[in-house]
Design a protein around this ligand. Structure first.
Ligand code: GLN
Length: 492
């Protein structure tokens, strides 16, 4: 079969179970596509071909023996922020260019236990700081829809790999939009779960109170399959929540769109810099949901203006603390010939971290330092609580909240926005992380340059099933998620 990469996860699962093709055939098919097409897309940092084929053979044996799970033998790409035992884990940084993890992240271990086949590790902004994937030590990944544009970030490698059909689905992480925004830029479905739903153990930390892993795929149904593997309490992560997980696949038709109250925040649709095409596509998608029986309710989210400053204090503050562990001593990059310990610290960090990471360490260290801590960090935490309360008030009136995932479509590579311009592009995603809420991006059309536009739906805590279900039904009634970039149509 030459079009295995066009099959949904359910079709892959059924095809493997029914012996229409083997996991080895499927894995070889993807490895061939990666070898041929990823020279252009540049989504993989590491391709683990040998290990993938061994895992595929083991999966085929499990399927024959009748001990397979729904995903046994299905290939996946992991964001290079998830630790993988014996395989390089870089977080897109020179600092970790030589780092081979001695253990698997819980998400990776759960994937292995479910029989997933790891194709490799995909590119990202350094330590997940960025919105374009250009902040990677390994160079920029490109957007499969237009190779002159960025795929978004920080999970740009995950998004580009899936959009170009170089992996059926991928893991991502979202600290301030890094699943939803690249999903939006690349025409994919991506879910940022409630904080605490997916284990952060072995997921390299950026901002611990905001970081959350989640699935990126073509459709909500594909995401549901991966959520069934990723979600759940983990004794190794004290912030993972002891709460039963849903069967996200079984629940795909569990929420009726008929009668669903969708909140439309007034402030969100008046943001300066909201692109006209993005606005139009999002409004059309809401119209479609209305036709399907949903009710649109105008709401207020009065804290909108505080999102960017609050996030860009708290995230760098936590980052400065988390990244203090990279000292050139224990692991990672070490500067050569240090004259003393201070020189070793200074040069290892100056040479090992890129510009954006250093900028954030400086901002965060400043905000946490004596004399400024109360004025900045503590203040930001108070505003964070107000932002959360703003959402909770809204959820008394509506079931989900609609927003664009980003004010624009994918930027040109090298557009060279100033840091502040870049940060403003996160306006629609970061509040969700500050509040710890779940949110999903779904593709809803294209702009005048044929770049994808996404609709974001934000849910109340633990509403992952509801979000997946609403998008699934939208995708039953529309075909945006089935569109492919020209490069994805190429055969290996
Ligand atoms: N773009 C945001 C940032 O640079 C979000 C990144 C993320 O979610 N990891 O921090």
């Amino acid at each position: 079969m030459t079009d295995l990469h066009r099959l949904s996860i359910r079709e892959l699962s059924e095809g493997l179970a029914g012996a229409k093709f083997s996991s080895r055939e499927l894995t070889e098919h993807y490895l061939k596509r990666i070898a041929k097409l990823d020279t252009q897309v540049k989504s993989y940092v590491t391709v683990t071909a040998e290990q993938a084929l061994a895992q595929a053979d083991a999966a085929d044996a499990s399927i024959k023996a009748g001990i397979a799970t729904a995903l046994t033998g299905v290939p996946i790409a992991h964001k290079d922020i998830f630790c993988t035992q014996g395989i390089k884990t870089t977080a897109g940084s020179k600092m970790l260019d030589n780092f081979i993890s001695p253990y698997d992240a819980t998400v990776v271990a759960k994937g292995k236990a479910a029989g997933l086949v790891t194709l490799g590790k995909v590119n990202m902004d350094e330590f997940a700081m960025g919105s374009t994937s250009e902040n990677s030590f390994y160079g920029a990944t490109v957007n499969p829809w237009n190779l002159g544009h960025v795929p978004g970030g920080s999970s740009g490698g995950s998004a580009a790999a899936v959009a170009a059909d170089l992996a059926p689905f991928a893991t991502g992480t979202d600290t301030g939009g890094s699943i939803r925004q690249p999903a939006s830029f690349c025409g994919l479905t991506g879910l940022k779960p409630t904080y605490g739903r997916v284990s952060r153990f072995g997921m390299i930390a950026y901002a611990s109170s905001l970081d959350q892993g989640g699935p990126m795929a073509h459709s909500a149904e594909d995401c549901a399959y991966l959520m069934n593997v990723m979600a759940g309490h983990d004794a190794k992560d004290s912030t993972s929540v002891e709460k039963d997980v849903d069967d996200y696949v079984a629940n795909l038709n569990g929420t009726a769109v008929k009668g669903l109250r969708i909140g439309i925040p007034k402030q969100y649709f008046n943001v300066a810099g909201l692109d006209a095409d993005v606005k139009a596509r999002v409004e059309e998608s809401l119209k479609k949901l209305e036709e399907m029986g949903a009710t649109l309710v105008e709401i207020d989210l009065n804290m909108t203006e505080a999102y960017v400053p609050t996030y860009y204090l708290i995230a760098p503050a936590e980052a400065s603390s988390n990244l203090s562990r990279y000292d050139g001593v224990r692991y990672g990059y070490r500067a050569e010939n240090p004259v003393d310990l201070t020189d070793l610290y200074k040069r290892s960090r100056s040479e090992g971290f890129g510009a954006e990471v250093q900028r954030r360490i400086l901002i965060g260290t400043y905000a946490l330092s004596a004399g400024y801590y109360d004025a900045y960090y503590v203040k930001a935490q108070k505003v964070r609580r107000l932002i959360q309360q703003d959402f909770l008030k809204a959820f008394e009136l509506v079931d989900v909240i609609a927003a664009p995932a980003a004010p624009t479509t994918a930027y040109k590579i090298g557009a060279n926005l100033s840091p502040v311009e870049m940060y403003l592009g996160d306006i629609y995603t970061i509040a969700v992380n500050l509040a710890g809420l779940p949110a999903i991006n779904a593709p809803v059309g294209f702009d005048k340059d044929n770049l994808p536009v996404g609709l974001q739906l934000i849910g109340n805590y633990w509403s992952e099933s509801q979000l997946l279900s609403v998008v699934h039904q939208y995708q039953q009634a529309t075909d945006w998620h089935t569109k492919r970039a020209a490069i994805a149509e190429e055969n290996a």
